[in-house]
Structures are given as structure tokens and as C-alpha cells.
Write a protein that binds this ligand. Structure first.
Ligand code: LLP
Length: 427
């Protein structure tokens, strides 16, 4: 995490900006993103793909972090986007990512979403079923358009990650069975309004167990492409999906060079350009969640550090038993003696626990802490549960920082409720 440093005077610092300054200006909880780290990771990923001699395009999975500022930084690095909804498509376009660099994934795209994708003439729509192919064909034909489509294949491999984020097994809802793919691909070529341009897969997320699952998925994809070619069907590129894991806890995690090598070894012989859809690897490490200590509570047999951030802000620990590093921010807290504490939020659920028995100093009310590697699937998964406003977002770039998303106001939070006349009308 080269964008983070500990400064004896200012405490934990992102690039050149002490987190204490951000907290003083913006309050907490607040998400903080390092523009420099985003750029560095985008470049490192592209360098790994180039280094393996691949012709590759990177389509950042917008779902990981939809901040327009984040998208703008990545757009300036030449990244395209992988979107899964109208909202994400609009965000990508608003940040300046051209339609020609956008891929649309997802198992339940609505007609309205497909219409927008056609109107924006995006690069590719990844089809997940025969039913969806029929629907898009009818729509595109009626609009006099041709949709470039890829067929998302479910390779039935186990990515050996958390069950909730495994997507490439046959029992998962994603993609079409690889055995059905040749016939369906042939059918795509005959349907009006569709132009099949390739095959796609995505086997899961936070893959840290090595390249074995990737290799077997891509090897199956390569076989499929050869079968399609033998049947005289055109295949212009292969979409390799995302999923590359990051070390949340200094566990071994593969580098992009390993993924590039796995792609080269399996799909390289086809001589086709490849697409990648990384989300977490790009956006995770550059982000953190800054929170304040509300109080320190001594329970019957446990020490609780109660924060002003809750599971409504960062849901990953509650939802996936995820581990996030938690660092004190103040320079004196950084060197203070530590003992085990449970780090919890204020939400009225036992699941609102970020960490159990974490070695931390006895932080005073108002002290700051930072949740590390929270840039991906952090802010985007937050909710207003317990009527808690969505947190602010800040981007740091060198010595500057700016609020890139206002904290939700209570007017925003309450303002969309309506009271019908028969309940007494407006408050
Ligand atoms: N492409 C497709 C089709 C996907 O479904 C996903 C993620 C990605 C790409 C990006 O995967 P990544 O490179 O970020 O692993 N909320 C969970 C992660 C859900 C991932 C969903 N799909 C978490 O917090 O761990």
C-alpha cells in the first residue's frame, strides 16, 4: 500500500494528506480514495498483460466502486468499463468512458437497460441465456440495430473462494452450460439484430488460491473457441472476466503477471485479443474507510471499540466474514500498547461486528481509525439501515483532496417519503 504512510507528526497519511485533516474538514465516516494508487494499479495491470505479449483491453468492473471521480481517473488511464445496470452504464458514460469501451454483463438485464445499451452502441453485451438472446434479438431488430454479443459460458470450475462470490459452478445462476454453448452460439449467428463476437466467462471473485481454476476455465474456453471456429463461426475475442484477489491480511495472493501468464498459456494459441473485467484488484487497495471512536466499552469479558461506522457502511465483514485491516490514525495511538478488542458499529445487530479480538490500543472517544482495502465493494454496498445517512467520499491526489460525494443529508434521507392524505398528509 505505497499510498499509505505513518507520519510521526500527522499520523496515518494518504499520499500527502493526513487523514486527520480530512476528518476535520469532512467528518466521519468517510471513504477516502487515492488517485495515485488507482493509476498505479491500472498501469501495473496493463504492464503485466503487455509483458505477456497479450493484446488485451481492460474493462474495469464498475460495480466495485461507482464513484465518478474513481471512474474518471481510470478513464484517463484508458480503461473501459464492465457494467451490470442502467445506473452503472450512466455512471461510466458520465465519467467519460466511451460506449465503444463498455461491456454489459449480468443475468437479468431488463428491456429498458438493453435499449439504452443499444442507443449507446456499446462494445459488447454479454448474453447469459437463450431467453435473453431472443429478447435482445427482437428488440435490436425492431430498432433497426445490430448488437455485438458475447456468450457467457459457465465452465463449471470451482474458484475456491467464498460461496457467496463463486460464479463459475454449474449450480450458479450465471452463464450457459459449456456443453450448450456451441449450439447456442450458432443460433446467435442466425438471429436478426445480433452479431456474435466472442465468448466470456467469470468464475468468481477474490480468487487467491492460485491460477488452477482460471487455467481450467480458460482451457475450456479455448476448446470451445476451436469448436466454434471449426463450425465456421466467427470469434473475434475472449472476455476473461475478473476475480483477481488481493491480500487483505498479507495472505499470499496472485500478481497480475500470474493471471496474464495463465491467459497466455491457455488462450494465447488462439491468437485473439482478450478482455479483462477486474474490479477489486483495481479499486480495493486504493480505498479506506475513515471512522471515529464513539466510545470504548468494557463488557463482562470483552473490550468493545464502538465506532461511528457500521455494517450499513461496510457490510463485507457481516456478509462474507471478510477481514479488513484496522489501523489507528493518530501518531500517538500508532505506538501505544495494544490488547485484543472487538471492533463494532452502532447498528442494532450482533452482525455489526467488524473484527473480534483485534490488537488495538485503548483509543479515546473521537480517535480515528482506518479500515484498509475498502475501495472495492465498500461504499457501493452501503445502505441507510438504522436511518444512517450514506457516508461522504473523498479523493486524494498528491497534496490535494476533494469531496467527491457529499455526505447524505437528513433532508435527502427523509425527503422521498410521502404521507398520503388518508394518513394525515405531509409532515
Ligand atoms: N465481471 C463480472 C461478470 C462480475 O460478476 C464481477 C464481480 C466482476 C467482473 C469483477 O470481479 P472482481 O474482479 O471485482 O473480483 N461483493 C463481493 C464481490 C462480488 C463480486 C461480484 N462480481 C465482495 O465484497 O467480496
Amino acid at each position: 500500500r505505497p499510498h499509505l504512510s505513518m507520519n510521526a507528526l500527522d499520523g496515518l497519511t494518504v499520499e500527502e494528506v493526513p487523514l486527520a485533516r480530512i476528518a476535520a474538514a469532512v467528518g466521519t465516516p468517510t471513504w477516502v480514495y487515492s488517485a495515485g494508487a488507482l493509476r498505479r494499479r491500472a498501469r501495473a495491470l496493463k504492464a503485466a498483460l503487455d509483458g505477456a505479449g497479450l493484446r488485451a483491453s481492460v474493462h474495469y468492473a464498475v460495480k466495485a466502486n461507482t464513484s465518478l471521480a474513481v471512474l474518471r481517473v481510470l478513464a484517463a488511464e484508458g480503461l473501459g468499463a464492465d457494467v451490470v445496470s442502467e445506473g452503472e452504464l450512466r455512471a461510466a458514460r458520465a465519467a467519460g468512458i466511451p460506449g465503444a469501451a463498455i461491456v454489459f454483463s449480468g443475468v437479468g438485464k431488463t428491456e429498458r437497460e438493453l435499449r439504452l445499451a443499444l442507443a449507446e452502441d456499446i462494445a459488447q453485451i454479454n448474453l447469459e441465456s437463450a431467453e435473453e438472446a431472443e429478447m435482445l434479438s427482437a428488440l435490436a431488430a425492431s430498432l433497426g440495430r445490430t448488437a455485438r454479443v458475447a456468450l457467457r459460458v459457465n465452465p463449471d470450475v470451482d474458484a475456491r473462494t467464498h460461496a457467496k462470490i463463486t460464479t463459475g459452478k454449474s449450480e450458479n445462476k450465471f452463464g450457459v452450460a459449456i456443453d450448450d454453448a456451441p449450439a447456442l452460439y450458432a443460433r446467435l449467428a442466425t438471429l436478426p439484430g445480433l452479431e456474435p463476437v466472442g465468448v466470456a466467462t467469470h468464475i468468481g471473485s477474490q480468487i487467491t488460491s492460485g491460477m488452477a481454476a482460471y487455467r481450467s476455465a480458460y482451457a475450456r474456453l479455448a476448446e470451445l473457441v476451436q469448436a466454434l471456429r471449426a463450425a465456421g463461426l466467427p470469434v473475434r475475442h475472449v472476455d476473461c472476466g475478473g476475480g483477481l484477489g488481493i491480500p487483505y491480511r498479507d495472505e499470499p495472493a496472485p500478481l497480475p503477471e500470474a493471471l496474464a501468464g495463465a491467459i497466455k498459456a491457455t488462450l494465447g494459441p488462439l491468437g485473439l485479443p482478450v478482455m479483462l473485467e477486474p474490479g477489486r484488484w483495481i479499486a480495493g487497495p486504493p480505498g479506506l474507510l475513515l471512522a471515529s471512536v464513539v466510545l470504548h466499552k468494557q463488557g463482562a469479558n470483552r473490550r468493545f471499540l464502538v465506532l461511528d461506522a457500521g455494517m450499513n457502511d461496510l457490510v463485507r465483514p457481516a456478509m462474507y466474514e471478510a477481514w479488513h485491516g484496522i489501523l489507528p490514525v493518530g501518531p500517538e495511538d500508532f505506538v501505544a500498547p495494544v490488547s485484543p478488542a472487538d471492533v463494532v458499529g452502532p447498528v442494532c445487530e450482533t452482525g455489526d461486528t467488524f473484527a473480534r479480538g483485534r490488537a488495538l490500543p485503548s483509543l479515546k472517544p473521537g480517535a480515528l481509525v482506518a479500515f484498509l482495502d475498502a475501495g472495492a465493494y465498500g461504499a457501493v454496498m452501503s445502505s441507510t439501515y438504522n436511518m444512517r445517512p450514506l457516508a461522504a467520499e473523498v479523493m486524494v491526489d498528491g497534496t490535494r483532496f476533494a469531496v467527491t460525494r457529499d455526505r447524505q443529508s437528513y433532508e435527502d434521507l427523509l425527503g422521498r417519503d410521502r404521507l398520503p392524505d388518508w394518513l394525515g398528509g405531509a409532515p
